[in-house]
Design a protein around this ligand. Structure first.
Ligand code: URA
Length: 253
């Protein structure tokens, strides 16, 4: 793959911006400054920009801290959607979100073009843990409710019964009829957090996904709206959680 294409694929800028970066001498291949954007590089080459290592990958992995009020979709005619946070130079990379956060949920969303990883992260088979922070209105959590959640239970809220897998609820604080709690799920049923809270007569006022398979965003909302490539360590957490650590073969450049 050409050096300029690789850098653009990694989200470092448009093709013309990365050509500029290369001709200004900012990019090194195997320790040598390379100023020719058309130089071909392979998986074995060590490529750095400003001291940071660049992945030689055709599969791309990003973390979006989705703001509240954004649709988990790659296109919508009326509402803001996650595609609005993907820079134009990455639009042709067939990226899509892994699973779905509700319009009014903020937090961690993986965006990738790795279909196998996406499928596995969403499959109940791998029980990938997802941690949410919910602000709710209602009564304080009781021990027996927390125990019911931890052993799994049945919800009948849509005219039919649905089994909810064992989950972990950890109350955080409570005052004047509102509180906060962490909820760890290992499956991803539609509106699952809101439905669990509603089952116990609690209304979710705010919901933020903080963690997926050990990959994290902060509790504060200040990183909402930012898209960044996953680090190597974060990617390994996702591969480990889905049994892909052994089978992951990167397509050569
Ligand atoms: N559960 C919900 O209720 N909403 C989300 O966005 C994610 C999990």
């Amino acid at each position: 793959m050409r050096l300029d294409r690789l850098l653009a694929n990694n989200g470092l800028g448009t093709r013309s911006q990365v050509r500029d970066m290369i001709s200004r001498g900012g990019v090194q291949v195997n320790g040598a400054v390379i100023t020719d954007p058309s130089k071909h590089v392979s998986e074995d080459d060590e490529i750095t920009y400003g001291g940071d290592q660049i992945n030689c990958r055709t599969r791309l992995y990003y973390l979006l801290d989705k703001p509240d009020g954004v649709l988990t979709a790659m296109e919508d005619k009326r509402l803001p959607c996650v595609a609005d946070y993907i820079p134009s130079e990455l639009r042709s990379k067939k990226l899509s979100p892994v699973g779905r956060l509700d319009y009014h949920t903020s937090g961690l969303l993986i965006i990738t073009n790795d279909g196998e990883l996406s499928h596995r992260l969403q499959s109940p088979r791998y029980k990938v843990p997802k941690i949410y922070l919910a602000t709710f209105r209602g009564l304080e959590w009781r021990e027996n409710e927390i125990a019911t959640i931890s052993s799994g239970f049945t919800i009948k809220d849509k005219g039919y019964s649905e089994q909810i897998a064992p989950a972990n609820l950890e109350p955080l604080d409570f005052a004047d009829g509102t509180g906060r709690a962490y909820l760890t799920l290992t499956e991803g049923k539609t509106h699952e957090v809101r439905r669990i809270f509603a089952h116990f007569n609690k209304e979710v006022l705010e919901l933020r996904r903080l963690e997926l398979a050990g990959v994290k965003v902060g509790e504060a909302l200040d990183s909402c709206g930012t898209l960044r490539p996953l680090t190597e360590d974060e990617l390994n957490l996702l591969f480990d959680a889905t049994g892909m650590a052994q089978i992951n073969q990167q397509t050569p450049c």
